[in-house]
Design a protein around this ligand. Sequence first.
Ligand code: FES
Length: 327
Amino acid sequence: MATSHAAVWQRATVLDTTALTDDIRRIVLAPDHPATVDAGAHIDVRVPIGGVPDRRSYSVVDDGPDGRSLAISVLDSPRSRGGARAMHALRPGDTIEITQPIVDFPLRVGAAHYVLLAGGIGITAVMGMARVLRSVRADYTLVYAGRSRPALAYLEQLQSAHGDRLRLHISDEDTPLDVTELVGGVEPGTELYLCGPIRLMDAVRRAWIERELPYPDLRFETFGNSGWFAPEDFVVRIPRIGAEVTVRATETMLEALEAAEVDLMFDCRKGECGLCEVRVLDLDGDIDHRDVFYSERQKDSRGAMCCCVSRAVAPPGGTAVVTIDIS
Ligand code: FES
């Protein structure tokens, strides 16, 4: 049985597309059915990859009056599975299919203090929150980390909107983010909202748990799109149903299993809910856990994986093979 978000799909027309950095483009869309956009909202997009529509999630960065237009920003990196390239190729007048704005990463107004933490393109998930917190005069800090100043999308806009509340950490200026220091300095009553690469999320989660801060006050937006290793092809065996499936570097394990008509449960497709869990019976290689569902101990045991985002990684000179069972 498969479950999925009950998304409402609609057509949207591309109004504008602009390069923000060498690898990030801002794309402004006019949806056929405008709706209000809350902070933390994203849209899912059906992106044609090799002629086949695939689903990608992008945060809504800002929106026009009554949601008549909304902007997303798309990073095309060497690790992109093809969706970003297709999005970068969009031009004004093109149409695509999108969902109504979905809020899986809501901002809870009313906390004593806030830290909004963005790594790279993760800024797109927290910009709207920063705007809301500024407008309600909340006590917030927006922490933006990246490799270089030219790689930081929306930098000038954020500097002028948030002034001293914006804290930059830039690796090639020797001001990298020290997660232990950041979490160590968090005041009681702080909620931290985070979107960034898996390494950053993992480090923050560890530091947060170590400081024994309330776990519900740490909130993630993941999109399940970054891992510890570059994606590569690997093989999945399912002895119980006699199946062997190759997962290409450009697809997720869940997508490959769906294409092979293996029946699986799933919901978020972002490594958050754990519904797509498969039990690992045998492993030649290692697992690149890309979820935020399992604890560190569960990940280290290599006994299961969230197949919507996590992947197998090859042993030296070989191809990874993961043997699984499904519920
Ligand atoms: S479907 Fe939610 S973790 Fe995979």
